[in-house]
Design a protein around this ligand. Structure first.
Ligand code: ADP
Ligand code: MG
Length: 322
C-alpha cells in the first residue's frame, strides 16, 4: 500500500458484514471470511456480523467503530444496510446509500450512463405484453436477458435465435429474480473488468482484468468454481485502449456518485473499425474472495490482499461520498 503503515488500533472495533439474505450469500461468506482473516492478520480487532442470522439490535449493541461491507446483492449492496449504518452512525466501506441503490439497478444505471454518452449495450425493458418480435427487430437476434437487480450472473440467459419462445422463456427465468427484466444487445468480444479504488478526483483505476471463460460462457458456475476460466491481469490489450477503458470507467463511477471502491464490468466489441468498450454494470460491493477480480487487479499493482482490505477500510465514511 502507498503511504505510511497504519496503526491497527486506529481502526478501533471493526464489524465485517457478511452472509446476508441475497442470492449471493454463499459468495459473500467467502468474501467476508477472507476480509476478516486479513484484518485479524494485521492485528485489527475485527468481528463478523451476519444480518441474515443476527438481529440488527446486535449490530447496534456491538458498537463497531467501522464496518467493512462484504455483502453482495440485495440487502447488502443496494443501499439498505448502508442506510442502517448511516442511522447508527457507523462509518462503512464503499458507496453511500444513493450510489448503492442506483448501481444495484442495471436499468437505472444504464439510463444514467446513456444520458451522459457512456456506451452501454442497447436495451429494451421486457413486459408481459412485450412484442418479442419487435425486440429482436430492434436489438438483433443475439440477446442477453437479465433481471435488473441480481448479481453473479443469476437469472441471466443468452438468447441467440429468432425463436420468440426462447426469448419468452428467458424472460420467464429472469422474472423469478426480479419483476423488472431487460433484454440487451449481446456484445461479442472480449470481457474486461475495471476495479476502482477511492472517491471523486482521488479515485483511481487498477489494471484491467480480462476474463476468458470456456466457450465464452461466463456463468455462475465458471465464475466461482471452474478451473477452466482464465483471468489475465493486466489484460493483454494495447496501452492506449486500457487507458481509455479505465478513464471511461472512472467517469461512469463518478457519474453515479460511487465511492470507496467498486468494479465495472465491460465488454469490448471488436470489428473492422477497432475496439469499442461497452459498460455493463457497476458493482459497488464486488467479490473479495481470494480468487476475486479486485484482489487480482490490486496484486498486479503490487498491493497484496491484506493491504487492499486495509486501504478500503481506511476510507470507510458516512454521508455523501466524492
Ligand atoms: N450485453 C452483453 N453482451 C455480452 N455479454 C454479456 C452482456 N451482458 C452480460 N453479459 C455476460 O454476462 C455476465 C453477467 O452480466 P452482468 O451484467 O455483469 O450481471 P451480473 O454480474 O450482475 O450477473 C457478464 O460478465 C458477461 O459475461
Ligand atoms: Mg457483472
Amino acid at each position: 500500500m502507498t503511504g505510511p503503515a497504519l496503526d491497527p488500533k486506529s481502526f478501533g472495533k471493526v464489524g465485517v458484514l457478511l452472509g446476508g439474505r441475497s442470492a449471493e450469500r454463499e459468495v459473500s461468506i467467502m468474501s467476508g471470511t477472507g476480509v476478516l482473516q486479513a484484518l485479524r492478520s494485521r492485528g485489527i480487532d475485527a468481528h463478523p456480523f451476519d444480518p441474515a442470522t443476527q438481529p440488527l439490535a446486535e449490530l447496534e449493541a456491538a458498537r463497531f467503530d467501522r464496518a467493512f461491507i462484504a455483502l453482495h446483492g440485495r440487502f447488502g449492496e443496494d443501499g439498505t444496510i448502508q442506510g442502517v449504518l448511516e442511522t447508527l452512525r457507523v462509518p462503512y466501506t464503499g458507496s453511500g446509500v444513493q450510489a448503492s441503490s442506483i448501481a444495484i439497478d442495471k436499468l437505472i444505471t444504464k439510463r444514467l450512463w446513456a444520458a451522459e454518452e457512456i456506451p452501454t449495450p442497447a436495451w429494451r425493458e421486457l413486459h408481459a405484453h412485450t412484442d418479442f418480435g419487435q425486440v429482436v427487430a430492434e436489438l438483433g437476434d443475439a440477446l442477453i436477458v437479465k433481471p435488473v437487480r441480481e448479481g453473479s450472473t443469476i437469472g441471466i440467459t443468452k438468447v441467440t435465435s429468432h425463436d420468440r419462445n426462447e426469448l419468452a422463456a428467458a424472460h420467464e427465468a429472469a422474472l423469478a429474480y426480479d419483476d423488472v427484466v431487460i433484454a440487451e444487445e449481446l456484445i461479442r468480444g472480449r470481457e474486461l473488468t475495471c476495479a476502482i479504488l477511492g472517491s471523486g478526483v482521488a479515485a483511481r483505476a487498477l489494471p484491467l482484468v480480462e476474463i476468458r471463460a470456456p466457450g465464452a460462457n461466463y456463468d455462475y458456475q465458471s465464475k466461482y468454481f471452474s478451473d477452466e476460466t482464465q483471468y489475465l491481469c493486466p489484460a493483454p490489450v494495447e496501452d492506449w485502449l486500457a487507458r481509455d477503458v479505465q478513464q471511461l470507467c472512472l467517469r461512469a463511477y463518478n457519474l453515479l456518485g460511487a465511492g470507496g471502491w467498486g468494479r465495472i464490468d465491460v465488454m469490448l466489441h471488436q470489428d473492422a473499425r477497432g475496439d469499442k468498450p461497452y459498460l455493463l454494470e457497476l458493482n459497488t460491493s464486488p467479490g473479495m474472495t481470494s480468487h476475486s477480480l479486485v484482489p487480482m487487479a490490486a496484486r498486479a499493482e503490487g498491493i497484496d490482499y491484506a493491504d487492499l482490505v486495509l486501504e478500503i477500510l481506511s476510507q470507510a465514511s458516512l454521508g455523501v461520498r466524492a
